[in-house]
Each structure stands twice: as C-alpha cells, then as structure tokens.
Design a protein around this ligand. Structure first.
Ligand code: NAD
Length: 277
C-alpha cells in the first residue's frame, strides 16, 4: 500500500488517490474532500473505487467510495475497540453523528457494544441515530463519560480535553484525517497510551500530529494497530490505562471491504449492475 496522493483543487477542495493490493485483488480509491459542497446540496466526500484482479489486472468491479469508506471507517473503530478497550468496557459515546459517526455507532453495536450516547449539535441527527440503535441522545459530556468514546466531527475544534480523561477509558479519534484537523487538545492526546492505523499518516495529518510537532510525543510512544492485531506489540497495559486510537484511513481497509463485497456478489448475496467495457 503506497502512501495516498493528494491532488489539490483550490479553492474547492482536494482529490485523494489511494491504491492497495492484497488477497488476490488490487484497488484504487479516487475520493474527494470538498468542504463547500453541502452548501451546493452535494456531499463533501464523493468518489469511486476500482477493484481489479491482481493476477491479470482485469477490472472486476466499480464501487461507490462513500459507502465503502463509511463501512470500513466504522469497522476499524470496532476492531480497534476490540483490541484496545478494557475488558469490562461496554458503553459507547459518539461525538459527531454525521455519516461516519453513524456507521461507527452501527459497527460498534454490531460488535456487541451497547447503551450508547449520541451527541451532535444537530440534535435531530443524534436523536435519529440513537432511535435506530435503541441508544440515547445526550450532551457532549454524557457521551464523553462512556467507556468507549468515538469522536467523528469535522475536526475544526477540540471536543475532548484532559478533564474528560478517566482511568480505563478508550478513545477512537476518527475525524482528524488530514493536516490542520484535531478533535482533542494536545495535552489530552499526550496523556494517553497511543495507537494509530499508520504512523506516517497519523504523524503528518492525524490526531497525533499536534502532540508530535509540539515535541510531547515521539515515534517510540506510538504503536500501530496492525502490530497489536498481529501479536507483535502489546495493546492496553492494564485495566486502568487510557488508550487512544488515531484513525486516518487506509486503502488496505477499503480493500478488505471491497473484496468482501465482490465475494458476496459472486455468491449471489448482493446484486450489481453489469457493464461491459
Ligand atoms: N478516519 C477516517 O478514516 C475517516 C474516514 C472518513 C471521514 N473521516 C473524517 O470524519 C469527519 C466526519 O466526516 P462525516 O462524513 O461523518 O461528516 P458529516 O458532516 O456527515 O458529520 C460530521 C458531524 O459532526 C457534527 N459536529 C460538528 N461539530 C461538532 C462538535 N463540536 N461536537 C459534536 N458534533 C459536531 C456535525 O453536526 C455533523 O453531524 C471528517 O473530518 C472526515 O474527514 C475520517
């Protein structure tokens, strides 16, 4: 998986090209971030994924990049929580209940976590998501008091500071996926045991970036989630430690979902429109 490539389209936004190969397939995700789009009645994020056969190079499937991204981002939060949260952790706070916050909540619910609190200044979004899952809508403080706290806001202001930290809590920081974004104060980040999906991305355009550039956190203090999953590095030190996972989003995660969709289509479990090129 090479690093993602950014193509600026000023003053509107940027395109990202994200390639990856594995499990017999290769993929290119071509996806946008155009912050002014909602004012035009369009989504901020749009794009397409091309899935190809890694043996012949033949294109196999085109997928809606938004749907795949939302599902894989939520799924990664559930995987990180399984790997890093304290054993007794059950309740989930969702801060930011837009597209990716909603899928994070759905994936954590599917993974067995419950009694969630959904918080968003757009109260109707929080109430609708809570209603769908049988959770409750509440304040930022109510969500931050849960065992597992997931932040999925645009990352333009901190929604977690040091006063929110409690022994044993686990944080999934999903909203800060590019330079200049952060959802926690650098003090809060530096006070946690730190994990990320990929060091290069997290240190340059993730939740960890501010604490690293401020000299509060070094490479040696951050563990990649993959190393924990592969048994190469320890996860949480004990029930009292405070863990923080910085998700910036990887093409290899999209590949896992795209491969599963392709397999489901082959098995007849999902329908797709067929086109000949
Ligand atoms: N980590 C990843 O892999 C990954 C993947 C996709 C998107 N993202 C990022 O996740 C963020 C959210 O994306 P989205 O598509 O869900 O956006 P969205 O606009 O659909 O949702 C964002 C939500 O956050 C809410 N919000 C704004 N300020 C808030 C605050 N202070 N407290 C609580 N809620 C607040 C908004 O009202 C909105 O409902 C973006 O920054 C996006 O770039 C990350």
């Amino acid at each position: 998986m090479p690093a993602k490539i950014y193509l600026q389209s000023p003053p509107f936004g940027d395109f990202r090209a994200m390639p990856a190969r594995g499990d017999g397939v290769a993929l290119l995700k071509w996806i946008t971030s155009f912050p002014g789009n909602p004012a035009r009645g369009l989504p901020t994020v749009m794009g397409v994924i091309c899935l190809s056969d890694a043996e012949t190079g033949a294109p196999l499937m085109l997928l809606d990049a938004r749907a795949v991204t939302a599902l894989r981002t939520g799924a990664v939060a559930a995987v990180a929580t399984h790997a890093l949260a304290a054993e007794h952790a059950r309740t989930v706070g969702i801060i930011g209940c837009g597209l990716h916050g909603a899928w994070t909540a759905r994936c954590l619910a599917a993974a067995g976590y419950s009694a969630g609190v959904c918080s968003d200044p757009r109260e109707e979004e929080a109430t609708a998501l809570a209603g769908e899952l049988g959770w409750s809508a509440g304040s930022r403080e109510d969500a931050a008091a849960c065992d597992i706290v997931c932040c999925v806001t645009p990352g333009s202001q901190a929604v977690i500071d040091e006063s929110d930290l409690r022994e044993g809590m686990h944080l999934n920081m999903l909203g800060a996926d590019g330079p200049g974004k952060a959802e926690a104060t650098v003090g809060a980040v530096a006070a946690c045991t730190l994990f990320c999906d990929e060091w290069h991305q997290a240190s340059h355009g993730g939740e960890l970036t501010g604490a690293i550039s401020g000299g509060l956190v070094t490479r040696a203090q951050v563990t990649e989630l993959g190393a924990v999953l592969a048994g190469e590095a320890p996860g949480r030190a004990g029930p009292g430690s405070m863990t923080l996972f910085d998700s910036t989003g990887l093409a290899i995660q999209d590949l896992a979902v795209a491969r599963a969709v392709y397999d489901a289509w082959q098995a007849g479990a999902v329908q797709a429109q067929e086109i000949s090129l």
